[in-house]
Design a protein around this ligand. Structure first.
Ligand SMILES: Cc1cc2nc3c(=O)[nH]c(=O)nc-3n(C[C@H](O)[C@H](O)[C@H](O)COP(=O)(O)OP(=O)(O)OC[C@H]3O[C@@H](n4cnc5c(N)ncnc54)[C@H](O)[C@@H]3O)c2cc1C
Length: 481
């Protein structure tokens, strides 16, 4: 269930092994959050997406095999707004010393010297954890306001896990070392990106899975899962979600790939030997019959996902800036990042007379951002307040995505543990993926989960110890920005 990178990677690996594979995807296109689609003739992504060089070598080799020269290696060229000015991101030493206000620099230096005196206990919240590791100056200038925008909560109400999963540099010294010498692994200054947008990765995975025999059914939601003596009975239905309409050219901007089937109208039932679920874990709990006990239902209801409005602004007159992304952590605008997808790649297909920008606005389903009809006002206001150049705005397109970031509110871990423990008891069903494990993961992490799930499916049945070991590896994933 789910044709994002985790589901597609699993489908491809399983089909290559000769297993009979059916993929049920609710949307009318493959790719989930990693999909691309077209706005004004320009391929765009669901917010800024890059394939990080931390991608394990075997996955990168597979993607190179699928995408060939279309998978480009590109230099990073972003900017971060801090203390009302832009600095290059990734950070560069010379520029930082010259650009940051002396008060902030002095604070960061003082925090670096006093770092050994600070210590947050294991149960500390996000705020306390980062104040202790990075120091109060950097935390207040950058991470505190960003947390409120990204997850809708002050750092004091966010679990410390969020800091451990999202912040790869955990001391001022580590940041300083990276700024001066780059990352020890040589990463951070480059990334991989396909010529036709990030979604070319998932489209290539879907094509490969279909070529290996997988039956990918778009516009097909799973509505019921019932373990039986023969396996798992699944009921499907066309989705009631607007925009998830099946068939034809999906938002990926092309028809379904060969072997990727449009839905078959009315729902149907069939039995699977094993179900891999990559849909949100709380949604899985609602589909399984018999359902979980009341305590688990309550736990599932208390896990929250942050939503996002993605606003695509078409700018006339060529490229807007030479930068790939502008990070806006400050409180002056609800926008967290503005990216210009054409700057992520070298492609003759990108028009010379226009470009498209993507404004990422985290929000909650139904709140004033989710429901506003004045996105152009937010766009213009953001540019004016953030020192960004004005736009020659030709048109705006908006995409609202309900499940974007798992929210690690204080107390989430107990709710998640209860739900996860129950999910582990559903016979022949395995949950994984970003939404399936309520994890802040990159695309390469999602793909790795798909590979590991298939590796745990042996000729002798489900290898539970292998899957437990894989889950322990997933728990160590740290998100790369
Ligand atoms: C703003 C943003 C920026 C990001 N930037 C990067 C980046 O730079 N680099 C990077 O590597 N990663 C990035 N990511 C993360 C990346 O998008 C995800 O890690 C990846 O897409 C997760 O893959 P997945 O298959 O686990 O889940 P998803 O991509 O969410 O796919 C899940 C699929 O399940 C389907 N589904 C849901 N319910 C049902 C149902 N009932 N029946 C059938 N199907 C269903 C959905 O339609 C979807 O297609 C970013 C994410 C966001 C939100």
């Amino acid at each position: 269930m789910g044709a994002g990178p985790s589901g597609l990677a699993a489908a491809w690996r399983a089909a290559l092994r000769g297993l009979s594979v059916t993929v049920l995807e609710r949307a009318g296109h493959v790719g989930g959050l990693s999909a691309s689609f077209e706005v004004a003739g320009v391929r765009v992504d669901h917010g800024s997406h890059r394939l990080h060089p931390a991608t394990p070598a075997h996955l990168l080799a597979d993607l190179r095999g699928l995408l060939g020269d279309d998978l480009q290696q590109r230099p990073r060229n972003g900017r971060l707004r801090i203390a009302d000015r832009f600095v290059g991101f990734p950070l560069k030493a010379g520029e930082l010393a010259g650009r940051l206000p002396p008060r902030l620099l002095a604070g960061v230096a003082r925090d670096a010297l006093t770092a050994p005196l600070r210590n947050a206990g294991p149960g500390a919240a996000y705020a306390e954890t980062l104040r202790a590791s990075l120091g109060p100056a950097l935390y207040e200038a950058l991470y505190a306001p960003y947390a409120v925008k990204l997850w809708g909560l002050p750092g004091e109400e966010i679990d410390g896990d969020q800091a451990r999963k999202r912040v790869t540099a955990d001391s001022p010294w580590k940041i300083a070392r990276r700024v001066l010498r780059g990352r020890p692994d040589g990463q951070g200054r480059v990334f991989h990106y396909p010529r036709r947008g990030f979604g070319q990765i998932v489209e290539a995975l879907a094509d490969a899975a279909a070529a290996a025999g997988a039956d990918i059914r778009l516009g097909t939601a799973c509505t019921r899962i019932a373990p039986t003596a023969e396996g798992v009975l699944l009921r499907t239905a066309p989705p009631a979600v607007p925009g998830a309409a099946p068939g034809g050219a999906g938002p990926a901007g092309r028809g379904a790939p060969p072997g990727v089937a449009a839905p078959r109208g009315a729902g149907e039932e069939f039995t699977a030997g094993r179900v891999f679920s990559t849909i949100p874990m709380p949604a899985l709990a609602r589909l399984v019959e018999p359902g979980p006990p009341a305590g688990v239902v309550e736990a599932a209801a208390r896990l929250r996902f942050r939503a996002m409005a993605l606003v695509y602004a078409v700018h006339e007159g060529g490229r807007w800036t030479p930068f790939d992304a502008h990070y806006l952590p400050g409180p002056g605008t609800p926008v967290t990042r503005v990216s210009e997808p054409a700057n992520y790649r070298v492609s003759a297909a990108d028009p010379a007379d226009r470009t498209v920008l993507c404004f990422e606005i985290p929000c909650a389903v139904g709140d004033e951002i989710w429901t506003t009809d004045d996105f152009s006002g937010i766009v213009h206001d953001t540019l004016a307040r953030s020192g960004l150049p004005p736009l020659r705005l030709a048109e705006i397109a908006v995409r609202r995505v309900p499940h974007v970031y798992p929210v690690y509110e204080t107390g989430y871990a107990a709710h998640l543990a209860g739900l996860d423990a129950w999910a582990g008891t559903v016979p022949n069903v395995t949950t994984f993926g970003r939404l399936g494990l309520f994890a802040h993961d990159n695309t390469h992490h999602a793909m790795a989960m798909g590979y590991d799930a298939v590796d745990s499916l042996t000729s002798g049945g489900w290898d539970a110890p292998a899957w437990r070991a894989a889950r322990a590896r997933f728990a160590r994933h740290v998100v790369e920005d």
